[in-house]
Design a protein around this ligand. Structure first.
Ligand code: 4AD
Ligand code: MG
Length: 442
């Protein structure tokens, strides 16, 4: 019978059929009378091909290597009792050929990227590392995660927009800006799309974007990238508590949906079997109480001294506290002096802001958000306090002139969220081609 072209994920439905397959040799076991090829075609599950008889008496059979591309036709059958193979099937090959042969010997893919390969070599070979089972699983999970975030926004009628990455204003301070020449004028790669999201509240209502943000982070840490995927939302006619409830709801819903997804749940089982979904409500911890917590638990500042109100909580201290508490935390009400010009002050406690960081075990901060200043004069004072010239922000300020209202939003670091969920040591593993200080290749 004529062979029908198929992808590997379809095979269990096609038992008894003759199919044509294309893919890469993921693993190879050669015996005198049989070759067993574990094939990968990118569609998800793997499949075992069995070659015997004339099929292994060819020149290609002498030449076959792991990571070579092959094409094959054969008949699908259930694996025999007592044997196991991916998806419980195998393909008895009647014809095959090599499409692109991968190197053998010193250049063989397998030998190059073992678990203890030097980190910089792994980074140079990220394009090959991505073929490995762990990296593939993380990337597949990432795709599903973005899908469930979009689905959540969709069900809440929150509209997706795509703001520009090339900008002429900063959002999170001047120290992490990447600047470049824009037709002779200075411009930057965006740190956050927040300000643009705010401007479209009067036209689209609640909005979100999933857009790259850029930070010139002049240090190498487990959780900082120079380019990361920033999931940001802005919600109109809300109070601070609504923002906190929304954060809890979106995180729990996306987690539940991923745990219920057949592909994602398998990946979680493999990479983070002990993952426990967070329970609601999250712990709501006031910044001032966090300072108290740190001091009471002997978590010191980098210079060995105690924390005082007004201090930024450094990455190490934040993570230590979150790991001890061992559940997601909504850390709220940060001091104004630590935060950006746009954050709304707490009524009656003007030195503090209606701000929130979501902290999760293993990573620390995954979300930063706040209520925004909606009053014109308060915003002008905010620019002044931060020493920011207000003119370039006229389009942002205008919103306080043309029908202002209470609103707030947040930004979630997608790679950090994945690092938490899949228990990755660093956010670099959650990025396709991570960028960090000293690395923009491949
Ligand atoms: O806390 P950040 O700086 O907040 C903002 O940019 C707000 N304007 C967002 C908003 O309200 N729309 O960044 C938000 C999140 C952080 O919590 C963190 O998860 C992630 O972005 N993030 C980074 N992720 C990886 N590498 C970096 N260098 C990151 N910087 C921030
Ligand atoms: Mg932050």
């Amino acid at each position: 019978p004529a062979a029908k072209k198929a992808k590997l994920y379809q095979l269990p439905e096609l038992i008894g059929d003759r199919v044509r397959l294309q893919g890469w040799v993921h693993r190879l076991r050669t015996q005198k009378t049989n070759y067993f090829i574990i094939l990968r075609d990118g569609s998800g599950p793997l499949a075992q091909l069995v070659l015997s008889g004339d099929a292994i008496k060819t020149l290609d059979a002498l030449d076959l290597t792991v990571e070579s591309t092959i094409e094959a036709t054969g008949t699908i059958q259930k694996v025999k009792e007592g044997q196991s193979a991916p998806q419980g099937v195998e393909i008895v090959v009647d014809w095959w050929k090599i499409v692109g042969r991968a190197p053998s010997g010193d250049d063989a893919f397998e030998g190059r990227l073992s678990a203890d390969t030097d980190a910089s070599i792994r980074a140079d070979l990220r394009h090959l590392e991505l073929r490995g089972e762990t990296a593939t699983a993380v990337m597949r999970f990432r795709a599903l995660l973005l899908r469930y975030f979009r689905e959540y926004f969709n069900t809440k009628r929150i509209t997706e927009v795509t703001p520009p990455c090339m900008v002429q204003t900063s959002v999170e301070g001047g120290s992490t800006l990447f600047s470049f020449d824009y037709y002779g004028a200075p411009a930057y790669l965006t740190q956050s799309s927040q300000l643009y999201l705010e401007t479209v509240l009067p036209s689209l209502g609640d909005v979100y974007c999933i857009q790259e943000s850029f930070r010139a982070e002049k240090s190498l840490t487990r959780r900082h990238l120079s380019e990361y995927t920033h999931l940001e939302a802005e919600l109109v006619f809300i109070k601070f508590n609504d923002l906190l409830d929304h954060l809890e709801d979106i995180i729990c819903t996306v987690v539940d949906n991923l745990l219920a997804d057949p592909v994602a749940s398998e990946i979680i089982k493999t990479l983070h079997p002990e993952f426990v979904p967070p329970s609601r409500p999250f712990l709501r911890l006031d910044y001032k109480d966090a300072i108290k917590y740190l001091n009471e638990h002997g978590i010191k500042k980098e210079d060995g001294s105690d924390h005082v109100v007004g201090d930024d909580i450094a990455e190490a201290a934040e993570r230590k506290m979150t790991d001890q508490i061992n559940r997601p935390i909504l850390l709220i009400n940060f001091p104004k002096i630590l935060k950006s010009f746009y954050m709304k002050a707490i009524e009656g406690d003007e030195d503090f802001t209606e701000s929130v960081d979501v902290l999760v075990p293993g990573v620390g901060e995954v979300v930063g958000g706040s209520m925004r200043i909606s009053d014109f004069d308060e915003l002008m004072a905010g620019y002044k306090r931060e020493g920011i010239p207000h003119e370039p922000y006229y389009w942002f300020t205008d919103q306080r002139k043309y029908g202002t209202t209470e609103h707030g939003g947040y930004g979630l670091g997608v790679e950090r969220f994945i690092a938490w969920f899949l228990k990755r040591w660093t956010v670099r593993e959650a990025s396709l081609y991570p960028r960090y200080m000293g690395r923009a290749t491949p």
